[in-house]
Design a protein around this ligand. Structure first.
Ligand SMILES: NC(=O)c1ccc[n+]([C@@H]2O[C@H](COP(=O)([O-])OP(=O)(O)OC[C@H]3O[C@@H](n4cnc5c(N)ncnc54)[C@H](O)[C@@H]3O)[C@@H](O)[C@H]2O)c1
Length: 259
């Protein structure tokens, strides 16, 4: 292992699932600004958005960035994505498990299929991507995993649905257990738990002024969170020069909302 404090994020290789838009895109761009050599942007649909993200990454200096189409809930897709990354990058320093889907409704409104699909993407997807990329993470002089959980995994008092909440609570358990498993390898594993962030996922609640005001009032700081607010926290948790003593932690980004 090299000295992680000296290494920092400069020249690092990063994989972001769901990196084509929203929080994942902001995360990818933040790593490029920190001097990453390349960010592999995994996306399921929306090739144009993924290509646009990659061209922004390259113009920020992350010249080895590229898009990969893969559904994180499918092992064949994720295993193939890791093979492609392994052919282009010497190792992976950071894996950000960000891909996710929203689901609304309680037990009575949620169909078994919706339940399964939400868990498959939000929770199983993180397990599959971690499993597929672990050999490349282990090859790196230092490595970290950051999982994008949610306030919905910490409290029941949210508009998100039952399957979404369960998936994000599961992701928090996954983070804690994985942190212990990978500590002997020096790989740190943490999560962020954002409240409402302004992205396509939350557009239905934020598209009109009254909705925005309701969301703003939910948060004691009186702000609506932006993808960049989450990205800064992800960079902090990934960078060994800033957080080498932190693993198994869930960092809330909630503008003071704890219920
Ligand atoms: N926006 C919020 O308020 C908020 C709050 C807390 C947590 N989160 C979490 O942050 C993450 C990003 O959300 P966002 O708000 O940017 O949403 P978004 O809908 O804008 O982006 C989701 C991304 O995930 C990708 N994705 C979805 N299903 C996929 C699959 N099966 N395989 C591969 N990629 C897939 C999409 O292509 C897209 O790039 C999600 O995990 C979400 O649950 C969002």
């Amino acid at each position: 292992m090299g000295d992680p404090v000296v290494a920092g994020l400069k020249g690092s290789y990063v994989v972001v699932t769901g990196g084509s838009r929203g929080i994942g895109r902001a995360v990818a761009l933040a790593f490029a600004r920190e001097g990453a050599a390349g960010v592999a942007v995994i996306y399921r649909q929306g090739r144009l958005a993924a290509e646009e993200t990659v061209s922004r990454l390259r113009s920020l200096g992350a010249g080895e960035s590229f898009p990969i189409q893969a559904d994180v809930s499918r092992w064949e897709d994720v295993a193939k994505a890791s093979r492609v990354v392994g052919e282009r990058y010497p190792h992976v320093n950071v894996l950000v498990n960000n891909a996710g889907v929203m689901q609304v409704g309680g037990v009575e409104e949620t169909t078994p299929e919706e339940w399964r699909r939400t868990l498959e993407v939000n929770l199983t997807g993180a397990f599959l991507a971690t499993k597929a990329f672990l050999p490349l993470l282990k090859r790196a002089p230092w490595a970290a995993i950051v999982n994008v959980a949610s306030i919905a995994g910490q409290t029941g008092n949210v508009v998100a649905g039952i399957a979404y909440s369960a998936s994000k609570a599961g992701l928090i358990g996954f983070t804690k257990r994985l942190a212990v498993e990978l500590a002997p390898s020096g790989i740190r594993v943490n999560a962020v738990a954002p409240s409402f962030v302004e992205t396509d996922m939350t557009a239905r609640w934020l598209s009109d002024p009254a909705g925005r005001e309701r969301v703003r009032r939910l948060h004691p700081l009186g702000i609506i969170l932006k993808p960049e607010d989450v990205a800064e926290a992800v960079v902090f948790l990934a960078d060994p020069a800033r957080s080498r003593g932190i693993t198994g932690h869930v960092l809330s980004i909630n503008a003071g909302r704890y219920t």
